[in-house]
Design a protein around this ligand. Structure first.
Ligand SMILES: Cc1cc2nc3c(=O)[nH]c(=O)nc-3n(C[C@H](O)[C@H](O)[C@H](O)COP(=O)(O)OP(=O)(O)OC[C@H]3O[C@@H](n4cnc5c(N)ncnc54)[C@H](O)[C@@H]3O)c2cc1C
Ligand code: FES
Ligand code: FES
Length: 475
């Protein structure tokens, strides 16, 4: 069954707003699709119109203007976590973005999508709340700017009309005498939704805390600030006693629930631990430790903008015969009848490339990893019409004639394959890593394959295969 009826790809904000005005509640905006596609799959109701805003360059700006950082809603988590500007002016936001999903998720998933989904566990909301960011919404009726407490109305509820779109997020850059940090606790290091997260920003004058902002995520229906804990820090240096008192007050203010990831009392305890760790790191000046300086992004050698294709708005109808024209493994390819499908379905069912595997269909396993315009992405979370005008490389396109890619050969030599189901995904992630970082260290290798799961080989031989292939890379 197709997930939507008509798929629009506007290339300007104005065109997108007119489409929203025309379709009202019958339309949904899609950016990276990493939340929305799963929602549509689960809902099983076909949405009349999807409006794909991911080709609108105006929505992807990231700039500092008069001390205010502007982040366009299309900025991906990988761009945020790799940006020197964000690390310098809004470190907690960079750290939160780095903690989202795995690399292929972060290449498509956007800040705007994370904010609008409005789960209290969504990681970037917490630092932006602490940093007193505002969102700008636009429709054909006009524009309005809301603070985070105004925008967020409950679990997955925001103050945004069906014809409105998020067009800008702005926040004051951290001053030289301010320090901030974001910390998260999940069930594992990657692909883990927060059990609890915390963002802290402190302002110091001559060693004394003169302003404190602490926001907590995943422990109440929305992100919360904790004024009593903040107040307890003002007027003195960060002593262990002060830190413990603030952590205690923050934990008391949390209103968590039991759910599949953790019980409420565990979450409250997690808040205590995270606030204590955050304040201790800030006191020691160690807040940058959690953000790698040279992270693998799996976007190749470019800057992480996946726009391509400008021009007039393109319309694909799920039931219609409009072609999706793209380049697959170096060949110009025209696909008809795949308009209501995911890229994974299109590649397997319509193009016949069954090396792209479906393990989970919801972004959790990495078996469907392909390259879209040079960046590793998860094909199960990309709408097929998004491939129109794009270049796609799958595992079938990695070898040249009979010559395997060095990493494919290294997988064979290292015995890094058992059932082989996960292998195409690992190889696509690993090969992109080696293109980006010729000689990755073991931490970078683990970070690069953090979104790929193997249920039978185990990871030692896979890491070994990537190390072996890296040794063959030219120095
Ligand atoms: C395996 C996996 C792991 C994940 N891990 C994490 C994690 O660790 N932490 C975390 O916080 N999230 C996580 N997520 C959730 C998700 O990736 C993020 O929320 C992501 O930022 C959503 O962005 P997107 O561009 O993909 O949004 P989309 O799916 O495109 O859209 C999400 C929602 O936002 C709306 N929207 C998007 N852009 C706009 C706009 N400009 N104006 C108005 N509405 C808009 C859409 O209509 C939709 O309702 C994970 C998801 C998966 C599948
Ligand atoms: S991540 Fe796409 S099938 Fe599992
Ligand atoms: S080799 Fe079987 S799942 Fe990885």
């Amino acid at each position: 069954m197709s997930l939507w009826q008509t798929y629009y790809t506007p290339t300007s904000v104005e065109d997108a707003l007119h489409l929203l005005a025309q379709h009202g509640a019958g339309a949904r905006v899609v950016a990276g699709g990493t939340d929305l596609l799963i929602e549509l799959e689960r809902d099983l109701r076909r949405v009349p119109a999807l409006i794909d805003v991911s080709r609108i360059p105006d929505l992807g700006k990231l700039e500092l203007e008069d001390g205010i950082l502007h982040v366009g809603p299309l900025v991906t988590h990988n761009r945020l976590s790799a940006s020197e500007l964000v690390a310098r002016t809004a470190l907690p936001l960079a750290q939160a973005a780095w903690s989202v999903g795995g690399p292929a998720i972060r290449n498509r998933a956007t800040l705007g999508g994370n904010l609008v989904t409005a789960s209290p566990a969504n990681d970037t909301i917490t630092p932006l709340w602490a940093m007193e960011a505002v969102v700008t919404l636009r429709s054909t009726r006009g524009e309005r700017t809301l603070s985070f407490p105004q925008f967020y109305q409950g679990v997955r509820r925001v103050d945004m009309a069906p014809d409105e779109m998020l067009v800008d997020v702005r926040l004051p850059a951290m001053a030289p005498n301010e320090r901030g940090i974001f910390l998260k606790m999940g069930l594992r290091k990657a692909l883990a939704i927060s059990i609890a997260n915390v963002a802290v920003v402190l302002r110091f004058e001559r060693g004394t805390v003169v302003r404190a902002r602490i926001a907590l995520g995943s422990v109440a229906p929305t992100i919360i600030r904790v004024p009593q804990a903040e107040g307890a820090l003002i007027g003195s240096p960060l002593t262990p006693e002060q830190i413990d008192r603030a952590a205690h007050l923050a934990a008391q203010a949390a209103a968590p629930i039991d759910d599949i990831r953790a019980r409420a009392d565990y979450r409250r305890r997690a808040v205590h631990v995270l606030v204590r760790r955050a304040l201790t790191a800030l006191g020691r000046g160690e807040e940058r430790a959690g953000l790698p300086t040279d992270p693998p992004l799996l976007w190749g050698r470019k800057e992480g903008h996946i726009y391509r294709l400008a021009g007039k708005t393109i319309q694909h109808t799920a039931t219609g015969d409009e072609p999706i024209e793209c380049n697959v493994n170096g060949e110009n390819t025209i696909v008809r009848g795949a308009n209501g499908k995911t890229l994974l379905q299109m590649l397997r069912e319509d193009v016949g490339l069954t090396g792209v595997k479906e393990g989970c269909g919801e972004g959790e396993c990495g078996a469907c990893t392909v390259w879209l315009d040079g960046a590793a992405v998860l094909a199960c979370l990309v709408p097929a019409p998004r491939a129109h005008g794009a270049q796609i490389v799958t595992i079938e396109g990695l070898s040249h004639g009979d010559a395997l890619h060095p990493l494919q050969q290294a997988f064979i030599d290292a015995g890094a394959v058992q059932c082989g189901f996960c292998t195409p995904g690992f190889v696509m992630s690993g090969a992109k890593l080696l293109e980006e970082i010729a000689h990755p260290n073991s931490e970078q290798i683990k970070q690069a394959i953090a979104g790929n799961l193997c249920r039978c080989t185990g990871y030692y031989k896979i890491v070994q295969a990537i190390e072996t292939a890296a040794q063959a890379n030219e120095r």
